[in-house]
Design a binder for this molecule. Structure first.
Ligand SMILES: *[C@@H]1O[C@H](CO)[C@@H](O)[C@H](O)[C@H]1NC(C)=O
Ligand SMILES: *[C@@H]1O[C@H](CO)[C@@H](O)[C@H](O)[C@H]1NC(C)=O
Ligand SMILES: *[C@@H]1O[C@H](CO)[C@@H](O)[C@H](O)[C@H]1NC(C)=O
Ligand SMILES: *[C@@H]1O[C@H](CO)[C@@H](O)[C@H](O)[C@H]1NC(C)=O
Ligand SMILES: *[C@@H]1O[C@H](CO)[C@@H](O)[C@H](O)[C@H]1NC(C)=O
Length: 445
């Protein structure tokens, strides 16, 4: 794990680079947001960030989960003099939907430690990679955050009483993706998500933006908490000026993992996809799959945990068929499929462009005032599975998945996505690759 010194060092490098490019432009706008760097692990295809918690600060490597309600860490090696557990029956415990009182006997010769004390408020922590649910101690400690005006990094601030849950149960991190990963940061629509706690503590706009990197070879991506502007060097314009937006929908029924006692309606993020186009032609499928039914099934969810977009079978089959037809019509050679993908091609027949392999564009037609399209170029629609083979990066979700479309990480990469919770809308840019930038900006990592 990187030391906190190296973290400071990336920030310094990144922002000194930015400072250098923008020294001549106006920087009088007051500090507006907090910034964290996102890393992608190419093996797990998951996204992570590091944050500093406790006194002295411990660097915690955590998995980002857009749909998770809260923040938890594996506390087995966590030491902090400012750590406070929340006692059971307290107001804070009730507000956090504390489910019960827990005692700790899980270590030999127990003595109170973070994650292991008696008569403590318990909340549930969930590892969705092995569907493991456990009671964790509700806790408070000091979080270190670094502010930004979108261009420069400012001072570090302390956020005392940052709320998370803390576990002495080693099972919670078993099979968790990422060797050093000690926890999870949730960004769902709750008061105790990572973003909500920071926004409300510093009285910032109830917004956060993700710029998810497609690779960490050329640097790290970004999370901005509290609103824009957003600068993506070497471009000098504020990317939020080119946002198009679509409503964020609340699914009236919570059909997430059944553990969630936090919300009904669901606290995950949903949008309205009205149709899918391949090279401008509408794919024909039963459009009633695109809205929620009375039980909350159907519709479109956004997830950072699903590496690739998952489609209900009939939508998937139609997309594959239409895409293959358009691609082979452009003399792109189809080759044997590589599981779990249904259509693969010889990449030598799809020349590289700045937006990835030259393949037919896929547009998600979204709800919005004018025609709102989220365009997937080759970089977002194709994945290289081996030498000279690229595949259409979508997964068959079966005949009856909970959601008909789950928009996954690969399709979200290299564009800014702003979740505006007050206005309940998702603002997004087109692929940043089009404007010769990306979400990867730190060359040191
Ligand atoms: C919790 O209480 C049990 C039973 O009274 C005791 O054996 C144990 O040592 C206590 N654990 C801690 C961490 O205080
Ligand atoms: C990516 O995850 C794998 C599997 O957990 C791990 O072995 C590897 O060290 C990780 N890579 C990096 C760069 O963290
Ligand atoms: C699908 O919904 C059911 C409840 O209806 C839930 O138990 C399950 O965890 C959900 N699956 C996913 C992947 O969210
Ligand atoms: C379309 O899908 C809905 C919901 O799954 C179903 O009730 C309806 O019968 C389907 N319509 C057609 C024409 O297949
Ligand atoms: C894009 O960026 C590359 C490297 O940063 C540079 O060499 C190239 O000239 C840029 N192209 C445009 C059109 O800005």
């Amino acid at each position: 794990m990187a030391s906190s010194q190296s973290l400071t060092c990336h920030f310094f490098f990144f922002f000194s680079l930015v400072t250098f490019s923008y020294a001549a432009t106006d920087s009088s706008k007051p500090t507006a947001a907090y910034h964290f760097s996102i890393r992608k692990n190419e093996t797990t295809r998951q996204y992570y960030f590091e944050y500093e918690l406790g006194s002295p600060p411990t660097l915690v490597d955590a998995l980002i989960d857009l749909g998770a309600p809260s923040v938890w860490i594996d506390c087995r090696s966590f030491v902090s003099s400012s750590y406070k557990r929340v006692s059971c029956g307290s107001d804070r415990c009730k507000k956090a939907h504390g489910s019960m009182c827990i005692d700790c006997n899980s270590i030999p010769n127990p003595h109170p430690k973070p994650g292991c004390s008696n008569t403590t408020c318990a909340v549930l922590g969930y590892n969705r990679f092995r569907q493991y649910l456990t009671a964790q101690e509700l806790s408070l400690d000091t979080l270190k955050v670094s502010s930004t005006d979108g261009r420069y990094i400012h001072l570090d601030y302390d956020l005392p009483k940052f709320q998370f849950s803390c576990s002495y149960d080693d099972t919670i991190v078993t099979n968790f993706p990422g060797e050093y990963t000690k926890g999870l940061v949730g960004f769902a629509r709750t008061k105790i998500s990572y973003a909500s706690q920071i926004s409300s503590s510093f009285k910032l706009a109830k917004k956060f933006a993700l710029c998810i990197p497609s690779s960490t070879e050329n640097g790290l991506g970004s999370v901005f908490i509290g609103g824009g502007p957003y600068y993506m060097p070497p471009r000098i314009e504020d990317q939020s000026l080119s946002f198009v937006s679509t409503p964020l929908l609340v699914n009236p029924v919570n059909i997430g993992p059944s553990y969630s006692t936090y919300a009904d309606p669901s606290d995950e993020y949903f949008i309205i996809v009205k149709g899918i186009e391949v090279s401008g032609k509408r794919a024909a499928f039963n459009s009633s799959l695109l809205s929620f039914d009375k039980e909350g099934y159907g519709g479109t969810k956004i997830s950072t945990i699903d590496p690739f977009t998952t489609l209900q079978s009939s939508i998937y089959n139609r997309l594959v068929k239409d895409f293959v037809k358009a691609a082979t019509g452009n003399k792109i050679k189809r080759v044997k499929s590589v599981a779990p993908f249904g259509a693969c091609f010889d990449s030598r027949t799809a020349p590289k462009t700045i937006t990835g392999p030259a393949v037919p564009d896929i547009d998600l037609v979204l709800e919005g005032k004018t025609s709102v399209r989220l365009r997937l170029y080759g970089s977002n629609s194709m994945v290289e599975v081996k030498k000279n083979v690229i595949c259409l990066a979508f997964i068959d979700g079966g005949a009856q998945p909970n959601q008909s479309i789950v928009l996954g990480g690969h399709q979200l990469e290299d564009r800014l996505l702003e979740f505006d919770l007050a206005a309940s809308k998702l603002g997004f840019t087109s692929s940043l690759l089009v404007s010769n930038t990306s979400c990867s900006h730190d060359r040191l990592f």
